[in-house]
Design a protein around this ligand. Structure first.
Ligand code: FEO
Length: 402
């Protein structure tokens, strides 16, 4: 809710009519500790267009916001850049309000996907890359961005104003009264990084191609309006450059020792391994999986050069939180990393092999042999962990020297 505030006019005749979701803390498994926003944009010209909608529960607020600028019935067309329901959930309500015969522009895939979400017979107009839609003096150009991050995703570019409506791209889960990058400063980049690491990382090769395509097309971008978080108007080049860097997945001099523990044995090992890595001059952080949310862990994973995973053996298996992070991480396809496994056990000790299997599937460079200690690490065991850490630290230094 943004209360009685009038929707913000981004440039003349272009308004953000979206909503803030201040209290959401779990966005399908992603920890949104500062909420999020569902941005939607009203473009006024001879014709009036609405770009994207909001989550279903916020439909009334969207209509209220639009009503502060124009009568919603005067909207001539709607553009849906992406079918996921945080942006399309409001469509049935808004189409009902403005007239279900009004054209709804979306990608070809979008027309299929929206129809699978909403039973109404809506007036879909499927558009492809390069197609244009004139509002009179303003023109939209569409650019399909398949699999970034759904098969139906597309960007919409407002030609005369050089404004890119980028759907989830360049977004951040952040709710605030600051609506522009220049109002919040550098801290927003951390939210953008978390968004990239948890939503877009696996599409990095496609993002590299997309950024190349945008350059080849000579698309001049003065403002980027994403569907979540703040609008990039001061320096849109900064977030584009950050995407280019994150998509490249160049490892940095940084290691993470990610673990869980039952009776502190694996934790003692984690601390010794981290100390060994630090002794080689590599910044490192032990990460206890019941103290960090998986989406915060993944943000750290994005640019780390080494990922070391520790788990006790529990009922011949991994500790559940360790399975969770490995499954999550594998799906997001991080690349160019050193991997290593460690853990304590009582009598069977399968955890190490299970971790290494996952790290191999992720094509990490595995540091062998792993360190496995029965019951409680003694001084000799601790020294072995420290030395293992030093070996990992040296490998990180070698990797960066290549
Ligand atoms: Fe913000 Fe993919 O929806």
């Amino acid at each position: 809710m943004r209360g009685n505030m009038k929707p913000i006019e981004i440039v003349k005749g272009l308004y953000d009519v979206g909503v803030s979701d201040w209290n959401i803390r779990d966005f399908h498994g992603y920890s949104t500790n500062q909420g999020t926003s569902y941005n939607a944009f009203l473009v006024l010209d001879d014709k009036i267009a609405l770009v994207d909608t909001v989550k279903k529960e916020f439909s009334d607020q969207l209509i209220e916001n639009i009503s502060k600028i124009v009568d919603p019935k005067s909207i001539d067309c709607v553009i849906s850049n992406h079918t996921e329901m945080d942006h399309s959930g409001g469509l049935p309500r808004i189409m009902h309000k403005i007239g279900e015969d009004k054209p709804l522009y979306c990608s070809k895939m979008g027309a299929k996907h929206l129809a699978r979400h909403f039973p109404q017979n809506l007036n879909y107009h499927a558009v492809g890359t390069g197609e244009e839609l004139s509002l009179g003096n303003r023109t939209f150009t569409f650019l399909e961005t398949r699999m970034i991050h759904w098969p139906d995703s597309m960007f919409t570019y407002l030609k005369e104003d050089k404004i890119l409506f980028s759907s989830d791209g360049f977004g951040q889960h952040y709710a605030g009264y600051e609506k522009f990058d220049d109002q919040i400063g550098e801290e927003i980049l951390e939210h953008a990084k978390k968004y990239y690491a948890n939503i877009l990382l696996l599409y990095s090769p496609l993002i590299i191609n997309l950024l190349r395509k945008v350059t080849d097309l000579g698309l001049e971008i003065d403002i980027i309006c994403p569907d979540h978080g703040v609008i990039w108007r001061k320096d849109p080049g900064k977030i584009i450059a950050a995407y280019a860097k994150w998509a490249e997945q160049k490892p940095e001099k940084k290691a993470l020792v990610i673990y869980d523990t039952m009776w502190r044995s694996t934790e003692i090992m984690a601390e010794e391994i981290a100390a060994g890595i630090a002794d080689e001059g590599v910044p490192v952080r032990p990460i206890h999986l019941r103290k960090y949310h998986r989406s915060d862990v993944m943000t750290e994973v994005l640019d780390a050069g080494a990922i070391i995973i520790g788990s006790p053996t529990l009922n011949n298996q991994l500790f559940p939180t360790v399975s969770d992070i490995l499954t999550y991480m594998k799906g997001l396809k991080p690349k160019n990393k050193i991997g290593a496994a460690f853990g304590s056990y009582g009598w069977s000790g399968e955890s190490i092999g299970l971790i290494n299997n996952e790290l191999k599937e992720m094509k990490f460079d595995i540091i062998d042999p792993s360190v496995k200690i029965q019951y409680v690490p003694d001084e000799e065991g601790k020294a072995a962990c420290f030395e293992f850490g030093k070996k990992i630290g040296k490998a990180v230094n070698d990797l960066l020297a290549e």
